[in-house]
Design a protein around this ligand. Structure first.
Ligand code: FES
Ligand code: ZN
Ligand code: ZN
Length: 293
């Protein structure tokens, strides 16, 4: 098979691109994200797990940072998961060195609980892990003066979340599923960006492999039977265009409610009496509750 643009050997069948044109396509998609969201001249803290998505994100943002005026930093958490967290941490250090970017490391051994403490015989620690990661990412960004947090969420992740919310009638969560959320410094909330929004898992993996970007191929040991992974396998027949179309419909559904929702969300926020970070609950935030129970 030949590249549809230059007739060299194609290395990516779905789009028929050679290596050079695949890399150009990939960078263009991330550029398109910044053009469509108007995020310019901002400080971005990139949350890295050691996996392919966040590693690809570091490389591509580093490549386009001057064009969009981005000041970058890296953040990773040692979740203290045996045989897994150490590797992610090493990838974080390698990325910081390779791209000469500042790295903030948070270690759960300095906190009341570590991830394995939430695992039981039949219980997975994934939901508590998600709470802890979201909280610490936001805290690191706010405490260190970053405007936005960037995560490696890709088109497949976003598609799963949208389908899940549609199927389970989570209308509020569906409305909050935005591709960018603005910072709210008064509420101690960093903004959110997902620059890989238009790219698939496969494309992120290929980008890492072609560019020799350090990343860990192991999955979290708690991720077997993960509903998201099962869903992705079961619905692998959805095309990339189907996924993009569904997300565009979600964005259209959100339009008339956007300002109302943002106003409402800001009005519902209170300071957690224990840590001072924002929460929608009347008492302690969910992070403080998780760490105490
Ligand atoms: Fe958090 Fe697996 S990465 S439980
Ligand atoms: Zn080509
Ligand atoms: Zn709290």
């Amino acid at each position: 098979m030949r590249c549809k643009l230059c007739r060299k050997k194609a290395i990516y069948a779905p789009l028929r691109f050679c290596e050079e044109h695949f890399l150009a396509y990939y960078e263009k998609k991330v550029g398109k994200y910044f053009q469509s969201t108007h995020a310019r001249n901002v400080k971005i803290l990139i949350g890295i797990s050691g996996g392919k998505d966040s590693s690809a994100l570091v490389d591509v943002l580093n490549k386009i940072k001057d064009e969009y005026g981005l000041e970058l930093g890296l953040f990773t958490i040692n979740l203290q998961i045996p045989d897994y967290s150490e590797k992610g941490l090493e990838v974080g250090k390698e990325l910081a060195k390779k791209y000469n970017l500042p790295l903030i490391i948070e270690d759960l051994k300095d906190h009341a609980k570590q991830i394995p403490a939430f695992a039981g015989e039949k219980m997975k620690p994934c939901s508590q892990c998600g709470v802890i990661k979201r909280y610490l990412l936001n805290k690191a960004a706010v405490d260190n003066g970053y405007d936005y947090l960037a995560t490696g969420h890709n088109l497949d992740d976003e598609f799963f979340v949208a389908m899940h919310n549609l199927i389970h009638r989570n209308v509020d969560q569906l409305r909050r599923q935005q591709k960018i959320l603005p910072p709210k410094p008064k509420n101690k909330l960093a903004g959110r960006v997902k620059p890989l929004y238009y790219l698939t898992e496969k494309e992120n993996r290929l980008y890492c492999l072609l560019k020799g970007i350090p990343h860990d191929v192991d999955e979290c040991p708690f991720s077997h039977d993960n509903p998201q992974i099962k869903f992705k396998l079961k619905h692998a027949w959805f095309s990339k265009d189907d996924k993009k179309s569904l997300l565009k419909s979600v964005i259209k559904l959100q339009e008339p409610h956007k300002e109302v929702e943002e106003g409402e969300a800001a009005g519902q926020l209170h300071d957690c009496p224990s840590c001072g970070f924002p929460t929608t609950s009347k008492d302690e935030c969910v992070y403080c509750k998780v760490m105490k129970n």
